[in-house]
Ligand binder design. Structure first.
Ligand code: ZN
Length: 324
């Protein structure tokens, strides 16, 4: 602790890269580092080393070494050992606190990572409470705490990139339930006359992820999604699939706002088409002006840009400390 105020560690644990940060929120990041995801031993070793070095040498020097920008806190110069660490982790993961494999990555096809006890390794090495959740729940929590989801409980964050996933914040905490929501794998209407692509999900073929993830778009159109120009039919089709999820969420969870993030959402014209199609699907039945009149302010991009996940990991750490 520094000056009586706890400092937290956040780990955005992705399948291709890890981002670790130390701080208390978006305006107080005292150190940050990123590195590629390699083996579990090497990658988690680098996470541990980052927090140990930050604690030992002071976060100011760690910040410079990491090549970050912005003001390092003078208060951190004495060293900043995180009071707790939060991990927003790629998965699937086990989130059942009663399970023997809580905090583990379960069945990922990523070589070497299936069965990795991410939370346990970090807790043992760092000796602090570790909060653990899915990557998308972490991003949802970050947006709810500091971004576009503030004051919008219940709130949903959807990411559309190499996969599709969604996290819901209900009463201030990520919704878990039976396992955790798998919003990307819901079934959507698939008109095979309009879209003959069979879908690419290894489990379901034409679930939402199978039809509308970045890799699905690339397979259907023969070119990476980010290269498809404005006016390409890909974007109207993509908007229609994502609108199925948005309308379904309005009807099931009644969120006060839904954020759509992830690389695919940068597609030209995608947001306006998705909003219009969502309103058409709801057909005036849900009478809130939030969706009938102000849908531009209802289906929105992340308020924290690309930082939702790592900042959400800080919020997970804070919650883990509060829970003891
Ligand atoms: Zn699926």
């Amino acid at each position: 602790m520094v000056g009586g105020e706890a400092v937290y560690g956040g780990v955005e644990a992705g399948g291709t890269k890890f981002v670790c940060c130390l701080g208390t929120g978006p305006d107080d990041i005292r150190a940050e580092v990123r590195f590629p995801t390699t083996t579990p031993e090497e990658t988690l070793g680098r996470v541990v080393a980052f927090f140990r070095e930050a604690a030992g040498r002071g976060a100011a020097s760690a910040f410079r070494e990491a090549g970050g920008s912005g003001a390092a806190s003078a208060a951190a110069a004495e060293g900043a050992r995180p009071a707790a660490v939060g991990v927003a982790c790629f998965g699937p993961v086990d989130l059942d606190p009663a399970s023997a494999t809580y905090g583990h990555i379960t069945t990922t096809p990523k070589p070497g990572w299936a069965g990795t006890d991410v939370a346990g390794v970090l807790r043992a090495a760092l000796g602090v409470p570790v909060g653990f959740d899915t990557d998308v729940n972490g991003a949802a929590l970050g947006e709810a705490r500091w971004g576009a989801g503030q004051g919008m409980d219940p709130f949903v964050y959807v990411t559309v990139g190499t996969g599709i996933g969604g996290g819901a914040i209900v009463n201030g905490a990520p919704l878990h339930g039976l396992v955790h929501p798998e919003m990307g794998h819901v079934r959507v209407r698939h008109d095979r006359g309009l879209d003959p692509f069979p879908g690419g999900c290894p489990f379901h073929d034409d679930c939402l992820e199978g039809l509308a993830s970045g890799p699905a778009m690339e397979r259907r159109w023969g070119a990476p999604a980010q290269t498809l120009p404005a006016g390409h039919p890909a974007w109207e089709l993509e908007a229609s699939y994502l609108a199925e999820l948005a309308a379904g969420l309005v009807c099931t969870l009644s969120p006060r706002r839904i954020v759509f993030g992830g690389g695919v959402m940068a597609g030209p014209g995608l947001f306006p088409m998705m909003r219009q199609r969502t309103r058409e699907l709801l057909a005036g039945y849900v009478s809130s002006p939030a969706v009938t009149d102000r849908i531009d302010d209802y289906l929105v991009p992340p308020g924290l840009g690309e930082r939702s996940g790592r900042l959400g990991a800080l919020a997970l750490a804070e919650a883990a400390l509060a829970a003891g």
